[in-house]
Design a protein around this ligand. Structure first.
Ligand SMILES: [Ca+2]
Ligand SMILES: [Ca+2]
Length: 131
């Protein structure tokens, strides 16, 4: 189990996107902070794209020349206000110019571990021209 908030590293010179899917009847919420950028995804239902504060199903970020930390706080509302969820350890995959993170949370006792399913895809802009 990971801490909540959980942090992952966005490599230098990477642009990318963050998306989140709900697989739960309780309302799901993820607060995201990346440098001075922040948003909140919310949603409910099975296999439903969660949406940001501005009603988008994707949060995009531009590359920076330095590595940075993305902080995510996973919550849910079972009718008693926002409570922190259990967060599974992020699964990191690196292949070619892509670095991805899969982070899933659990809000109750069924342990399907998919109530919020966040995917972060980073694409290195410095990969072009390499072989
Ligand atoms: Ca669950
Ligand atoms: Ca579920």
């Amino acid at each position: 189990m990971a801490s909540n908030p959980v942090t992952v590293t966005i490599p230098a010179n990477c642009q990318g996107q963050i998306t989140a899917i709900s697989n739960a009847s309780y309302t799901q919420r993820v607060d995201i902070k990346l440098d001075d950028l922040s948003t909140t995804f919310t949603g409910t239902g099975e296999n439903v794209s969660m949406t940001t504060t501005s009603k988008s199903d994707v949060f995009l970020f531009m590359p920076l020349s330095t590595e940075r930390t993305c902080r995510l706080t996973f919550m849910f509302d079972a009718g008693k206000g926002w409570q922190k969820a259990f967060v599974n350890n992020p699964i990191k995959t690196s292949k070619g110019p892509f670095t991805t993170y899969s982070i899933k949370s659990e809000d109750a006792n069924d342990n399907d571990n998919n109530d919020t399913d966040v995917n972060i895809v980073c694409f290195s802009t410095s990969a072009f021209g390499t072989t």
